[in-house]
Design a protein around this ligand. Structure first.
Ligand code: RTP
Ligand code: MG
Length: 140
């Protein structure tokens, strides 16, 4: 099985609570390796572009406000089946529906402030990585 890359965001609810290290530990314990990472303050334009697929959804405005409400940590993760593996480690979007031991079950505050983002498919992973990182910032 070849190594795969996925894109991850540790969201503002986690930076606010100073628990980004706890999130990284759960990702690492789940078998993923952080091969690029930086802390940024997303602009409104960046968040709108990143979530453009959701722009017709009723929660779009709130989501953009939340994602720009404080710093985030953007990451590239590497591992076997990294895209699916990361989504298993994250758990369901709504923490109420997430399995025990997942990041969202253990740490998320709500369906919106749900601590992490992870790419959902190879094409989106590629696009999302390129949205935030240049190839020379990624050290696999
Ligand atoms: P993500 O994209 O962040 O990894 O999460 P996901 O695939 O599990 O969820 P998605 O459907 O792509 O939604 C993106 C993010 O929007 C927020 N959301 N709010 N208020 C709501 O009903 C609602 N639904 C989704 C969450 O922050 C979700 O992660
Ligand atoms: Mg999604």
């Amino acid at each position: 099985m070849a190594l795969e890359r996925t894109f991850s965001i540790i969201k503002p609810d986690a930076t606010r609570r100073n628990i980004t290290g706890k999130v990284v530990s759960m990702l690492e314990e789940g078998g993923l390796r952080v091969i690029a990472q930086k802390r940024i303050q997303m602009t409104k334009e960046q968040a709108e572009g990143f979530y453009a697929v959701h722009k017709e959804r009723p929660f779009f405005g709130d989501l953009v406000s939340f994602m720009t409400s404080g710093p985030v940590v953007v990451q590239v993760l590497e591992g076997e089946n990294a895209i699916a593996r990361n989504r298993e480690i994250m758990g369901a979007t709504n923490p109420e529906n997430a399995d025990a031991g997942t990041i969202r079950k253990e740490l998320a505050e709500s369906i919106e402030a749900n601590t992490v983002h992870g790419s959902d498919a190879p094409e989106t992973a590629k696009d999302e990585i390129a949205y935030f990182f240049s190839e020379d910032e990624i050290v696999g």
